[in-house]
Ligand binder design. Structure first.
Ligand code: AMP
Length: 397
């Protein structure tokens, strides 16, 4: 059980609190085009301000690769946070991130003030987790709060290195929620526990399949990766996505499922198209019977019903990866049926980050899920059963 200290376990009155947020927002001509990540960070920031902390925010933005590129400055984030919080968020413009200007801004803070540092990736040491920058960051604060789940699978200065130089290290509310759901709910699920995996490649989800097979009651595989399983069982998959090298692995996983008494569900039919195009000719065919020149771009209607039925009585459902090419409306039906089934069940529903999170939100079921992870790579590594450096670095309770 992951039991990390959080912002609820400390007293920050009069303390300098460095908070690692995920302000990696899309910018167009200096304007923020999606502010979800800023809004998501507000509860932790408000809590620390209310408790009388001196709140120093930091984050990376894009990939400036150690260069102070003006187009990746966090200045627009400070301006928008000021509006969202109704309180000044002072921007500490500083090409060194923790240079003279940032230090001055921090020294002038009073209890309840907020300062935002410049993009942590302006420093080349950041992504190498080198002590020089970790020490600089640590020198600013008494307490470190990590609330950036999206980078938790990476060991960088601003989420891991810094913890060596600060006495108290805790997680924020966003991180806590990810730990509760992706960590603890998956480790100690209410049963039946169903996992649904999809997306393009088997090869990118090998460790996820293996780890989940030790935990779930039902494993469902759809999406592009299902054709490798279909081929492995001797089916014809036309020109569908296929990883021939993984056919043996697919069979091994099916055998493992059988040995463990895990129900393993694969598509029984597919929507196939004669081109990778929304307007291509399409038809529904039985799984493993895809004609030459055609490719599977979605699960078929029988499969969608089979998968939806499988989650009806579940108590915990984890979903990672779309059931088809949901970006093309004509091949989004299978993904939508599964999303709706999750929305309708009483189970705890946990959506891995990245494409499945995007699909659920685009299809309008976002608010019906128990938890939608904010980190693509990080949520996948959690589901692989790996220890995330950004989580491990926080103090245990
Ligand atoms: P992943 O990042 O592995 O979760 O894969 C997500 C991508 O897989 C999405 O962009 C989907 O369009 C794509 N995908 C899902 N099913 C298929 C399919 N049957 N054929 C091709 N691509 C697919």
């Amino acid at each position: 059980m992951l039991n990390k200290k959080s912002v609820d376990d400390i007293n920050v009155k009069g303390q300098k609190v460095l908070v690692r947020c995920d302000f990696n927002v899309p910018l167009q001509d200096g304007k923020i085009t999606d502010e979800n990540r800023l809004v998501a960070a507000l509860p932790t920031i408000k809590k620390l301000v209310q408790d009388g902390g001196r709140v120093i925010l930091c984050s990376h933005l894009g990939k400036p690769k150690g260069q102070p590129l003006p187009e990746m400055s966090l200045a627009p984030v400070a301006a928008r946070l000021t509006e969202l919080l109704g309180q000044e968020v002072k921007f500490a413009a500083d090409p060194e991130v923790v240079g003279a200007n940032a230090k001055l801004a921090v020294e002038s803070m009073k209890d309840g003030d907020i300062v935002l540092l410049e993009n942590t990736r302006y420093r080349a040491e950041e992504t190498k987790n080198e002590d020089a920058f970790s020490k600089d960051l640590g020198s600013l604060a008494d307490v470190f709060v990590n609330d950036a789940f999206g980078t938790a699978h990476r060991a960088h200065c601003s989420n891991v290195g810094v913890t060596k130089f600060v006495k108290t290290n805790v997680v924020g509310y966003l991180m806590q929620k990810e730990i509760d759901f992706l960590g603890n709910a998956v480790e100690h699920p209410e049963r039946p526990f169903v996992a649904i995996l999809g997306g393009a490649k088997v090869s990118s989800k090998i460790s996820v399949i293996e780890n989940l097979l030790d935990k779930v009651d039902v494993l469902i595989v759809g999406g592009g990766m299902s054709y490798t399983f279909s081929k492995a069982m001797g089916g014809s998959v036309g020109k569908s996505l296929l990883e021939e090298d993984y056919c043996d692995y697919a069979l091994k996983m099916m055998k493992k499922a059988e040995e463990k008494g895990v129900k393993f569900l694969l598509p029984v039919d597919n929507v196939v198209a004669d081109d990778f195009d929304n307007d291509a000719n399409s038809q529904v065919v039985k799984a493993g019977c895809i004609p030459d020149g055609w490719e599977g771009l979605d699960i078929g209607p029988e499969t969608a019903k089979l998968f939806a039925d499988a989650v009806k009585d579940a108590k915990t459902v984890v979903w990672n990866g779309p059931m088809g090419c949901f970006e093309m409306p004509n091949f989004a039906v299978g993904t939508e049926v599964v999303a709706k089934a999750l929305a309708d069940t009483d189970a705890v529903t946990i959506i891995g980050g990245g494409d499945s999170a995007a699909a659920v939100n685009i299809l309008g079921y976002g608010d019906k899920m128990t938890h939608i992870s904010t980190g693509g790579g990080a949520s996948l590594e959690f589901l692989e059963g790996k220890e995330l450096p950004g989580v491990a670095a926080a103090d245990d309770k």
